[in-house]
Design a protein around this ligand. Sequence first.
Ligand SMILES: [Zn+2]
Length: 341
Amino acid sequence: MARAPFELAGTRIPPGSRAQIDVPVAKLYTHAPLHIPVEVVHGRQPGPVLLVCGAIHGDEINGVEIVRRMLRLASLSRLRGTLIAVPIVNVFGFVQQTRYLPDRRDLNRCFPGSEAGSLGSRVASLFREQIVDLATHIVDLHTGAIHRTNLPQVRAQMKDRPATQAMAEAFGVPVILNAELREGSLREYAQSRDVPVLTYEAGEALRFDEWAIAPGVRGVQRVMRLLGMLPTDRRRHAPAVAEVANGSSWARSPIDGILRPRARLGARVARGDVLGRVADPFGNAEQEVLANADGIVIGMSNLPLANEGEALFHVARFDEIEEAENAVETFHSDFETRQEL
Ligand SMILES: [Zn+2]
């Protein structure tokens, strides 16, 4: 029997073809229509339906570039299954260069949403019905919040979820955070429907960080190979090693002041290490920001201006800290080698 076309928002995409679809989401109050841009690649052969989406938080733009590069891969001509690529989910926030929707809601706290709710709730409901519910697997692309940067990391439920766990390990970045599900997030919604889902968190909002983008593109490809959507790679790269963190916590600013960071992203730190120093503009009343655990710095603030209690360094804890440190080093040197090629 011939493979059926794939249908998204009323557009039918025959097997072996691709289409760009503008899914109507709302009208601005200027009367101008607003769309979520989607590209569907429908393979000739049957297989999973993978949704890769970026900018659910409108200012997290590394994912937009990851999706663009994904769509240019020559190997997609041999795709098995279907790729639904959504570079920008929160189109409102993207235009405004902000994380939020115009009603100041966080779209990633609005799922599953409802047709009769607030703007956030309506956008979540529409995105879910028209796009998310078609997917059998999901990769959701994020970065750190504004002025914060993340070491490339995957967040996923690693317990009793073998399919999600396999995707997280295949992605091939050094750190996996077995992170709690946020209420109303896309990840929570997908998980509640038993759809394997992971979040890729890398780099900083409103930036293009090559060290976050390139591994993201490779990570999605690795997941697609795992799922049998792309042919296996004949160039045998050593498998990337990822360590699962057993928890994480933020080291916060002890006072109001100006931060001089000392620890770097990816650094191994021991409890009590000085991660940075905070002082007033004259250098008076200086205090140290101390690591509150042994671990790896997986996120940090890039803005040196801190109020007391401000989250400055995100430290992940590992059972095997030695191996986590090696995984980060291998990841960095692998990235540099590829840059030189
Ligand atoms: Zn985000």
